[in-house]
Design a protein around this ligand. Structure first.
Ligand code: NAD
Length: 500
């Protein structure tokens, strides 16, 4: 029934590589099957880029760079804004396509993924003509200006968990700053990015400014990261792949920014407003089936309220409606791939071995309508520091619970990780909130909320969560090079080697 009401047919979207403003087959004609995680059926297939296709795309981006860089910045901004309008015109189609491809419930793609994508394009479109430099007060007679210039050809590699939104996080600021781009979406979820490429052509982006290459990481991604004519790689993905990107970048010492994994501590103090903390903590981990780098995957509960909190939290987790992502009543969909589901299920075996008590979930749903999909029930397990599930990113609807005595103990547990990306604190004590905000070693701290993002606020991590920032005016530093220009405007200043 749901299929009949669909406004999108994945078979009909342009499924080739987008290079130099045209859709073309891969040089060797290879393709990748794209699977619906709800039922494990093939949705369509897309062309698979390999090294020769990457070379072609980088050459197109290089050729397009001078004109794009020298274009009136407000003209660049206007195109980016127009793209946002175009995407909005295709709201129903894009949200359905994203839900089909990723398994995100349609309620989420409609209220979060696509609105946030539009907001990003509009924010950075507006920023295109506001990337100003500065004038430095050096010695008299000299004018020193620091200009911010685009870095050149940027390679962007994104994961499968928020394909269209991450595409906007990367593309919008890079383009606003005057860079040209070769983007590699995840091999698992390329559909909305390809559809966006088609719409970019309609909007009037010059050929070569954006090139989209679905392909595998170890081939297309690796070649892009190694490419001598790429000036920068902006990467979002796992810490393990992040290390490979850094190694691959060494050849031409390209710039690199890395948004990697996380193991977000979400800390609930006894003075928190419990219903808000329970609901917020569920959103922190179960939204998007827990497939979020910033997920609040380590729940830290103050001993005095732990039992009451858990009673409510478990009841909420058990009430989450799991179902077909296209059903507007579904609150949780499948994980995005079979491989990933198996990986997450592997952590349940680890729990059995290490003695982590499973408080709820720990199994796939029994509903026969979901039996071919990659579903997992919301899972809550007890863990202590040192346990695998306390340390390692699971990237699923899977949260570990650990109790703490007091604030010092909470800080110790929160920082007992090699990651440092998202984190949350639930408290009504203002001073404690500020102390915790200072003490947690992470790129983002949310107080009495979780997972807030906005294009104006920098996003990124410390430690094994990577370096550099997406979003915020901070990310413009990632996409521009400062250039210091000195002008001698006082003929009285002698050069050091003066001769009559
Ligand atoms: P992944 O590292 O396997 O893949 C990410 C991207 O890198 C994909 O496009 C993949 O094809 C590509 N890739 C893989 N190997 C490569 C190589 N050798 N060279 C170049 N590219 C390569 O990650 P994933 O499984 O797609 O995504 C999940 C991971 O992403 C999780 O660890 C998650 O925490 C992380 N993530 C981080 C953020 C963040 O902003 N910090 C956001 C979302 C996801």
């Amino acid at each position: 029934m749901l299929d009949k009401t669909r406004s999108v047919d994945p078979q009909k979207i342009r499924n080739q590589l987008f290079i130099n403003g045209e859709f073309v087959d891969a040089a060797d004609g290879a393709t990748i099957a794209v699977v619906n995680p709800h039922n494990n059926k093939e949705l369509t297939s897309v062309a698979e880029a390999k090294a020769p296709d990457v070379d072609k795309a980088v050459a197109a981006a290089r050729a397009a760079f001078p004109a794009w860089k020298n274009m009136n910045p407000s003209g660049r901004g206007r195109l980016i804004m127009k793209l946002a309008d175009k995407l909005e015109d295709h709201f129903d189609e894009l949200t359905e396509l994203e839900s089909l491809d990723t398994g995100h419930p349609i309620v989420d793609t409609r209220r979060l993924d696509l609105p946030r994508t539009l907001l990003n394009f509009r924010y950075f479109g507006g920023l295109a003509d506001k990337i100003d430099g500065r004038q430095v007060p050096v010695e008299p007679g000299f004018l020193n200006v620091v200009k911010r210039q685009p870095v050149g050809v940027v390679g962007q590699i994104v994961p499968w968990n928020f394909p269209l939104m991450f595409c906007s996080w990367k593309l919008a600021p890079a383009l606003a700053a005057g860079n040209t781009v070769v983007m590699k979406p995840s091999e698992l979820t390329p559909l909305t990015t390809l559809r966006m490429a088609e719409l970019m052509g309609d909007v009037g982006f010059p050929a070569g400014v954006v090139n989209i290459l679905p392909g595998y990481g170890h081939t297309a991604g690796q070649h892009l990261a190694e490419h001598p004519d790429v000036n920068k790689i902006s990467f979002t993905g796992s810490t393990q792949t992040g290390r490979k990107i850094v190694a691959a970048s060494a050849g031409n010492l390209k710039r690199v920014s890395l948004e990697l994994g996380g193991k977000g501590p979400n800390i609930v103090f006894e003075d928190a407003t419990l219903p808000a903390a329970v609901g917020g903590s569920a959103f922190a981990i179960f939204h998007n089936q827990g497939q979020a780098c910033i997920a609040g995957s380590r729940l830290l509960l103050q001993e005095s309220i732990a039992d009451e909190f858990l009673e409510r939290f478990i009841a909420l987790a058990e009430s989450i409606r799991i179902g077909d992502p296209l059903d507007p009543n579904s609150e949780m969909g499948p994980l995005t791939s079979k491989l990933h589901l198996d990986r997450v299920l592997g952590f349940l075996e680890v729990c059995a071995k290490e003695g982590n008590k499973i408080l709820t979930g720990g199994a796939q749903p029994t509903d026969p309508a979901l039996k071919h999909g990659f579903y997992l029930r919301p899972t809550i397990v007890e863990a202590k520091p040192g346990d695998t599930v306390f340390k390692e990113e699971v990237f699923g609807p899977f949260v570990s619970v650990t109790r703490f005595r007091d604030e010092a103990h909470a800080i110790e547990l929160a920082n007992d990780t090699s990651y440092g990306l998202g984190s949350g604190v639930w408290t009504n004590n203002l001073q404690r909130a500020h102390r915790m905000g200072d003490a947690i070693e992470a790129g983002m701290v949310w107080i009495n909320s979780y997972k807030r993002v906005h294009p104006g606020s920098p996003f990124g991590g410390v430690g094994q969560s990577g370096y550099g920032r997406d979003l915020g005016t901070e990310c413009m530093n990632e996409y521009t090079e400062p250039k210091s220009i000195w002008i001698n405007y006082d003929a009285q200043i002698p050069p050091f080697y003066s001769r009559p």
